[in-house]
Design a protein around this ligand. Structure first.
Ligand SMILES: *[C@@H]1O[C@H](CO)[C@@H](O)[C@H](O)[C@H]1NC(C)=O
Ligand SMILES: *[C@@H]1O[C@H](CO)[C@@H](O)[C@H](O)[C@H]1NC(C)=O
Ligand SMILES: *[C@@H]1O[C@H](CO)[C@@H](O)[C@H](O)[C@H]1NC(C)=O
Ligand SMILES: *[C@@H]1O[C@H](CO)[C@@H](O)[C@H](O)[C@H]1NC(C)=O
Ligand SMILES: *[C@@H]1O[C@H](CO)[C@@H](O)[C@H](O)[C@H]1NC(C)=O
Ligand SMILES: *[C@@H]1O[C@H](CO)[C@@H](O)[C@H](O)[C@H]1NC(C)=O
Ligand SMILES: *[C@@H]1O[C@H](CO)[C@@H](O)[C@H](O)[C@H]1NC(C)=O
Length: 528
């Protein structure tokens, strides 16, 4: 059941993967049977609304019970919702004879308040999330066959495995969502899971293109400002993109941009490039190096298209200003601070069930607990900016929000401002980086001051009316080997890329600050 995730995108992934909500205050309920107990037995569609209506926002936060550690003979003891006496401890061993060894979590649950109740738990380290539920009074064990890395082993030695108590009614939801697990497997089966998911939940079609699946292109035809739309369908990044596409309605999951320097050499600017240390940063790489990586080393089966800028805009594009911006951002980390805010614009129009604002708060809570050094920087700063406060922790933020008569959902919907500076500088996701460069380069003209590019999803970017619309001006190699002539140039990939609404939307002030995004139709009201 354990899903092992790459550290850097765990936090976002967890958002979609785990559904945990729990009782903060547990009523001393001694009866043998309680109506809440049957919630886990109900189908998800039924239990989720009941769970939501039974609890207020703050009650729905997952409760951190503590960390089961190995130190001495310290055992963690806590009171659950069903079992009132629970103890847990962690044992490290090397049964798997693997490099970093593994561990066993011993959990003893007793003193159930009724015959039918159960307790549902999430167990987490920054490197994995798993879950289990208990309805029998006895000792249970959770086996972790092998630690993923030296870093995880060090983490559990020092900090243990974090335990969160969940709302029992979430059992159905949790197991339903857990079916997303195969998305993360990096093999043909995992890739097929991603394709099936996108076909089923978004209505995407994956039509195979004729070979060759890589275009023999000449870089002479690629210019400054040309947009690269990328869609990865395999492995951790592939799964992350799949969920991002589903939540936002984008048919591409990643983006990069082309830039020529004064000598005419072609470069690629990319926010979300993986550096030597395994961090995702903003990088400017020579085209050849970038393309070589995508052709030979990228194991996510990337599908890539060049979206050439319209020649009129290319003529207007101020390369000097674009380079100045790109250089000022190079080396900064990927825009995790504001990534989720480009997606969440409304109080309830952006969350495909069973995701909702409570779930977002829950994920933030779990994340803050297992990686506080990232958590406070990642989201708390962005939330504080929305409140006009400083240094408030997530629980304080929730209290403050309620005090002001607002809600967490409303807080999340407040638009991000491009000029907000975080403790580690400005924050730009892959697509915000490109659009900000367009803005600096003068492509947004009179709207530059009334558009917040950090509010744009990838779909919002490729639907902008900025690209070449005269097919006879596309490069000769563009779609040369395909029977279908796309309005943009796909240069890599087995399946034909589709970008619905491509190149169709004119700019207007405050665009994309109030847009819903509900699958499978992703209806976008005019002027949102
Ligand atoms: C284990 O617990 C006992 C009794 O509580 C205590 O005397 C002993 O020092 C503890 N051992 C360690 C290694 O903490
Ligand atoms: C576990 O055992 C394997 C094989 O005996 C060994 O190579 C490895 O170093 C051990 N790991 C730990 C953490 O002791
Ligand atoms: C790629 O195109 C160039 C000319 O544009 C040609 O010389 C070369 O042979 C082509 N390579 C392949 C593998 O088709
Ligand atoms: C282009 O941008 C640079 C730097 O911001 C500026 O100095 C220059 O005047 C701009 N050029 C035009 C034609 O606007
Ligand atoms: C917030 O935290 C930062 C860094 O710890 C500190 O410099 C600043 O004074 C704090 N601000 C307030 C209002 O507490
Ligand atoms: C498209 O481009 C071609 C070649 O530059 C030109 O002859 C033609 O008039 C253009 N069509 C339109 C509708 O602008
Ligand atoms: C392309 O866009 C330009 C300006 O936006 C417009 O004038 C022209 O008619 C369009 N051409 C085609 C073929 O749609």
């Amino acid at each position: 059941m354990a899903v092992i995730l790459k550290n850097h995108c765990l936090l976002i992934t967890v958002l979609f993967l785990c559904c945990f909500c729990s009782w903060r205050q547990i009523n001393g309920c001694e009866s043998l049977f309680h109506p809440k107990d049957i919630l886990p037995l109900l189908p998800r569609q039924v239990s989720w609304p009941i769970v939501n209506s039974l609890h207020s926002a703050v009650d729905l936060l997952p409760a951190f019970m503590g960390a089961a550690s190995i130190e001495g003979n310290n055992t963690l003891e806590w009171k659950g919702a069903c079992f009132f006496k629970n103890i847990a401890s962690l044992e490290l061993h090397n049964k798997s004879k693997s490099q970093f060894g593994g561990g066993t979590l011993h959990i003893k649950v007793s003193n159930a308040h009724s015959w039918t109740c159960l307790d549902l738990y999430i167990f987490a380290t920054p490197y994995r999330v798993t879950w289990d539920y208990y309805f029998l009074s006895r000792e249970h064990t959770l086996e972790i066959k092998e630690w993923k890395s030296e870093a995880e082993l060090e983490y559990v030695k020092n900090r243990g495995v974090s335990i969160f108590l969940l709302q029992a009614g979430m059992l159905g939801t949790l197991s339903a969502i857990w079916n997303a697990f195969p998305l993360f497997v990096n093999n043909g089966w995992g890739e097929k899971s991603n394709i099936d998911f996108l076909e089923k939940h978004m209505g995407a079609s994956f039509e195979e293109r004729p070979q060759p699946w890589v275009t023999n292109l000449t870089t002479d035809d690629i210019h400054s400002g040309d947009f690269l739309a990328i869609s990865k369908i395999r492995g951790t990044w592939g799964a992350f993109e799949t969920l991002e596409k589903w939540a936002t309605g984008s048919y591409a999951g990643h983006t990069a941009v082309c830039l020529r320097d004064a000598e005419g050499k072609l470069w690629v600017g990319e926010s979300g490039n993986n550096n030597d240390k395994g961090e995702d940063v903003i990088a400017i790489l020579p085209w050849d190096e970038w393309w070589e990586f995508e052709l030979t080393k990228d194991n996510t089966n990337p599908h890539i298209a060049v979206l050439p800028l319209h020649p009129d805009l290319r003529a207007k594009f101020n390369e000097t200003a674009a380079w100045e911006y790109a250089r000022s951002m190079a080396g900064k980390s990927y825009g995790y601070h504001n990534l989720i805010f480009s997606w969440i614009d409304t109080i309830d129009g952006n969350y495909p069930p069973p995701v909702d604002a409570h779930l977002v708060a829950s994920v933030m809570t779990v994340w803050n607990q297992i990686a506080p050094e990232y958590g406070s920087n990642l989201w708390n700063e962005a939330l504080n900016k929305r409140l006009g406060t400083q240094n408030l922790s997530l629980p304080d933020i929730l209290v403050e929000v309620e005090k002001r008569g607002s809600s967490f959902a409303k807080l999340l919907a407040i638009p991000e401002q491009d000029d907000w500076v975080y403790s580690d500088g400005k924050s730009a996701s892959c697509v915000a980086f490109i659009l900000e460069m367009y803005k600096e380069g003068g492509l947004f003209g009179e709207f530059a001051n009334s558009i917040q590019v950090t509010e744009f999803t990838i779909r919002d970017a490729y639907t902008l009316n900025l690209f070449e619309n005269n097919s006879s001006r596309l490069p000769k190699w563009c779609n040369a080997d395909d029977t279908v002539k796309l309005p943009f140039c796909q240069i890599r990939g087995k399946y034909r890329m589709e970008l619905p609404g491509y190149n169709s939307m004119d700019l207007y002030p405050h665009m994309n600050e109030r847009c819903p995004s509900m699958p499978p139709k992703y209806y976008r009201p005019q002027g949102c």
